[in-house]
Design a protein around this ligand. Structure first.
Ligand code: NI
Length: 138
């Protein structure tokens, strides 16, 4: 890191003790790495709040036997082709499928598509993981 700035942080001893335990539990090498991650987490959250272009991953666990479900999932994604950047389908076992759909766009569009997908009948569990394009995270 050629362009690294150093700064000091003052905080309550009790808070620092708890933070150090968190650093240990999460397996960070040092406080600095943990603090950088916390800052990036907040910046990603802000990208979502401010409506910047973001990336999300929708995971869907669904019943392989549910009639028309695969077609409905495919149809929903075809309706927003500019949002969906990649899809992976895994046949977990005889009955269950897992689909991971990477989406890039405005937060509202990503959330709407995720809600539509998760809401399809036969989806047993669905979740949207919110992340970033990474272009503004150093
Ligand atoms: Ni499958």
């Amino acid at each position: 890191m050629a362009d690294t700035a150093r700064f000091g942080i003052s905080m309550d001893h009790g808070l620092l003790e708890r933070f150090d335990k968190l650093v240990q539990r999460r397996g960070y090498q040092n406080r600095s790495e943990a603090i950088r991650d916390l800052i990036r987490e907040k910046l990603v959250q802000e990208e979502w709040e401010e409506g910047q272009e973001v990336v999300g991953v929708v995971t869907l666990l669904f019943d392989h036997h549910q009639r028309n479900l695969s077609d409905e999932l495919t149809e929903s994604q075809h309706q927003e082709p500019e949002l969906v950047i990649a899809t992976t389908h895994i046949h977990l076992d005889r009955d269950n499928c897992l689909e991971m759909i990477a989406v890039k766009g405005r937060p509202e569009e990503v959330r709407d598509l995720a809600s539509a997908l998760i809401g399809i009948k036969g989806v047993k569990h669905g979740e949207l993981t919110a992340t970033s394009t990474g272009s503004n995270l150093h």
